[in-house]
Design a protein around this ligand. Sequence first.
Ligand code: UDX
Ligand code: UDX
Length: 469
Amino acid sequence: MASTKPQKKFRKKILCIGAGYVGGPTMAMIALKCPDYIVTVVDINEDKINSWNSGKLPIFEPGLDEIVRKTRGKNLFFRTDIEQQIRDNDIIFVSVNTPTKTFGSGAGYAADLQFVEKTARLILENSTSPKIVIEKSTLPVKTALAMERILMSGKGRVKFEVLSNPEFMAEGSAIKDLENPDRVLIGSRETAGGIAARRLLVDIYARWVDTGKIITSNIWSSELSKLVANAFLAQRVSSINSISALCEKTDADISEVAKAVGTDSRIGGKFLVAGVGFGGSCFRKDILNLVYLCRFYGLQEVADYWESVVKINEYQQERFIINILGKMFNTLAGKKICVLGFAFKANTGDTRESPAIYITHRLLAECAEVVISDPKALENAAIVMADTTGKLSYEENPYEAVKGCHAIAILTEWSLYKELDYKKIFRAMAKPAFIFDGRNIIDHEKCYKIGFNVYPVGKPALSHFESRV
Ligand code: UDX
Ligand code: UDX
């Protein structure tokens, strides 16, 4: 276990409240790039902090272990003494979670800000020196105002500046994104105090990020830009998924369409991969949050426009199930289906909002027996599916998982699934054997020749039952 005691004098002290998927990797990167700063990450969850201090980090993220190994116990510390750390640090990032509200007004849409507010109160109660409080969590526009009001309720005893510095890293590529971001966004009040605080944060990032990539703005633009960036990304996924449905009706191929469309430099080729829909902790939550904000401000048409992005995402997942049901003779009862991949995307063990959750529930509702396989997400899968009834099991080894199965549903684009020996898999399965490739990652023609009935997304099916045109 790493030492949790800082050992030498440092030039700056930085605190982050919230040791999750965002707070942990972001602070590890700051510690790596600023060896003369001391970076402390605190969390109310003691088990999580213990895990950050152990040999098995609480999250899987390529490259993260190495950075933590280099910095932990030197200038990166994970602790639970939140109140003491607030007293000791004057630069405080807030990276607590902001889930969708499940109760009361705005339920199902608005962000639940109780953790952010609680954290602001905790900062106020434990501050005796001026602090810069930085919103790292994704928040509805104008949250900084609420934060300021809470912090100012101490009647000026201590001076606070609130900054917005949303994180744009994506899971699975977090380290690369943090090391070489497209941009860093820092919003502040346009007062002398706000601009001075902003400059201080710019200096931290300028240690490794080209200053041309550090964008400063007013605080509301910064808060809103994060929601909008996620909404635009999700919108691209829903756009291509909507067209994948049309491709399946017309024998067009979604990969060819995406390529033809994406090579227009005004459109760009990224984020045009059709699949089973987007997952992850951010997209759905942030769009619903945006929808709520638009309705709050009376912008019904704008709200409806963005809500349709979420609706298409739900439609895509349901469409995938209806396709499985239809192709497997309209009954799944008693059939064994292997879900290959449960993480919401490859290279992460995160299952939050993973399309696999909905799809597995629907398979079980059809009385299918489901075997879930994933190289990194089985622990989280078991947690998220814990209350489910039905025949459900977990098997990391894909060759074991597929034994006796009638169908495989590929739901995460793990590259290992491209390399599997599908001849061996075919031999181990019940016949006729089906593959529903929800991520279009395997060699469809090869699998068809092996004997599988292959159903990609947005591409012509390769079926031994239906004549090919
Ligand atoms: C992040 C952002 O912070 C969130 O706003 C964004 O929209 C999604 O991503 P993430 O890091 O993924 O959240 O969340 P999570 O992994 O759940 O981490 C949040 C951490 O904050 C948890 O470890 C939780 O225990 C901690 N927390 C929560 C506190 O320390 N104090 C609290 O009061 C509440
Ligand atoms: C996203 C944003 O990309 C990031 O900037 C923000 O900070 C957090 O939210 P993340 O959710 O970690 O990151 O992953 P991302 O790569 O954006 O993928 C989100 C979902 O969209 C995944 O389920 C992924 O499989 C899906 N997706 C993405 C597609 O289906 N097709 C694509 O072309 C791209």
